[in-house]
Write a protein that binds this ligand. Structure first.
Ligand SMILES: Nc1nc2c(ncn2[C@@H]2O[C@H](COP(=O)(O)OP(=O)(O)OP(=O)(O)O)[C@@H](O)[C@H]2O)c(=O)[nH]1
Ligand SMILES: [Zn+2]
Length: 327
């Protein structure tokens, strides 16, 4: 595990000023509610203040105000990677805060990757950070160039790198993009090699890895969200699995599907559901080959998902309002 030195670049370039009377800290690990915070005095395990519960809980990467031996306040976030907690409540959970770069990791050895990458890209764009696609296991892929090109086609405006943690191919290129003092996160489905990649970048065992199950579906092994310091001075967040990923809203979706979004203004009806109506610009683009039908279906699916999540969240707000009024 990465040892955090008091002078860790956890301070980065963009450290905010703490309120007067408080010390500045950065959350480097969240473990069952207990926080590991680095302050000028070094790392310490600190409990969050009572008020910092549920929706207001600090996340890895957060800048916080430390008063005495407690985390008193979360300072405003520049960017945040969120997901909707699975289940009926649909509260948005912040997985990592103040990120500059989100590495969307997938593998070159499976065919489902294009649709998965789209999904994680929507999440990455939604965070406010810049995404970068990293495709792993290049050593086990017969035609890396073709596989990269296939993903790049749908990753509009995002760079796509191929790497191998086993041979080291592509790692220098990736390292060059992880500038000192920047905070990065690794996201992607289980088993694609996130932990192995992190260890290769860190140059030591920074994360726990296990062999993927025989059925190829992988196993959820990373347990706590943690900020690692890389030898080059960049900070890397390793977050747990994220397999139940649901989109919290459609903000990132518009960016991840900029090509589709651009077409929408061409629909004849303003309330077009893009489901086969006459004059639908998306249907027309699919028909004349400008839009890949699979990408169109993926967009509709994610759009519907973001809408469902949004509706659930609105319902929850209403329920909260009712509860407050009846008090
Ligand atoms: N051939 C090859 N296999 C790799 C490479 N990187 C990782 N693997 C294998 O892929 C499997 C999964 O790797 P992990 O690093 O545990 O995957 P993960 O994404 O961290 O998985 P979770 O912790 O479940 O999210 C392991 O069996 C690794 O040995 C690589 O560059 N080449
Ligand atoms: Zn339409």
């Amino acid at each position: 595990m990465a040892v955090l030195h008091p002078q860790v670049p956890a301070w980065g370039a963009a450290a905010p000023a703490p309120p007067s009377g408080a010390r500045l800290g950065r959350v480097v690990r969240v473990d069952r509610g207990l926080l590991t915070v680095v302050t000028a005095e070094g790392p310490a395990r600190l409990p969050p203040d009572q008020r910092l519960r549920d929706g207001a809980a600090p996340a890895v990467g957060d800048w916080v105000a430390v008063v005495g031996e407690r985390v008193a306040e979360v300072l405003p976030r520049r960017t945040a990677l969120t997901r909707t907690v699975a289940g009926r409540t649909s509260a948005a959970q912040v997985l990592a805060a103040n990120l500059d770069l989100v590495l969307v990791v997938d593998t070159l050895v499976e065919h489902a990757r294009v649709r998965r990458v789209e999904r994680f890209l929507a999440m990455a764009w939604g965070s406010g950070a810049v995404p970068l696609v990293v495709l792993t296991k290049a050593d086990a892929c017969a035609d890396v160039e073709a596989a990269v090109a296939q993903v790049a086609e749908d990753a509009v405006g995002v760079d796509v790198l191929a790497v191998s943690a086993h041979t080291g191919a592509g790692l220098a290129d990736l390292r060059a993009r992880l500038a000192p003092g920047t905070t990065c996160a690794v996201v992607g489905p289980s088993g694609v090699g996130k932990s192995t990649l992190l260890n290769a970048l860190a140059g030591h065992e920074a994360a726990t890895t296990t062999e993927v199950r025989g059925d190829g579906r992988g196993r959820h092994t990373t347990t706590a969200a943690q900020l690692h310091v890389l030898p080059g001075g960049a900070l890397l967040v390793d977050t747990p699995g994220l397999r139940e990923l649901e989109l919290a809203d459609d903000e990132g979706l518009a960016a991840a599907f900029a090509d589709v979004t651009d077409l929408l203004t061409g629909c004849r009806f303003r309330d077009c559901a893009h489901a086969g109506e006459p004059g639908c610009a998306l249907g027309a683009a699919v028909d004349d080959g400008r839009l890949d039908p699979a990408r169109y279906r993926a967009w509709r699916k994610l759009q519907a998902e973001a809408e469902r999540t949004g509706l659930r969240r609105a319902e929850r707000r209403r329920a909260r309002g009712r509860a407050q009024r009846s008090r």
